[in-house]
Design a protein around this ligand. Structure first.
Ligand code: DQA
Length: 140
């Protein structure tokens, strides 16, 4: 699940987020997933409530895990944190940029403590690292 402003990837602050567009990133995620034996369903919303609804329905929709880049909501949203904590599937928090190398307000994520783990700063490979980790976690 990709959250707010990530639909602008490729055009938005390319020095920070790279030049890959969201649809190119999603294509890579689908390819990495296929090679690991998963099928990825990629979704994007700018809206907090939609992300919360998708987290709630992850189980009933058959998702075994969720990879979540909540964008700026990572740093602000108690409601999204509560939604992550409320579901049984492992949720991995990802960020394209290294949030710890940026402004201080990005150093805190309200989501990290309720996620299975966090990958930050590896560009698109943050998602690939999350997929590889989930393959192991789901097989344990
Ligand atoms: C981001 C980092 C957040 O701080 C920022 O608000 C984003 C993108 C990332 O992927 O690096 O929108 O989650």
């Amino acid at each position: 699940l990709n959250g707010p402003n990530l639909n602008l990837l490729g055009r938005r602050e390319p020095a920070v987020y790279g030049t890959l567009t969201l649809s190119e990133l999603e294509e890579r995620i689908r390819e990495w997933s296929r090679s690991l034996g998963f099928e990825a369903e990629c979704r994007h919303s700018n809206s907090e409530g939609q992300l919360i609804d998708w987290l709630h329905s992850a189980g009933t929709e058959g998702a075994r895990a969720v990879i979540l880049n909540a964008g700026g909501y990572s740093h602000t949203s108690v409601a999204l944190r509560d939604a992550v904590a409320s579901i049984e599937q492992p949720v991995v928090e990802v960020h394209l940029s290294n949030v710890f190398a940026r402004e201080e307000f990005r150093h805190t994520s309200l989501l990290s403590a309720v996620c299975r783990g966090t990958v930050t700063g590896l560009g698109p490979y943050s998602y690939q690292a999350a997929l590889v980790a989930l393959q192991g976690i789901l097989a344990d």
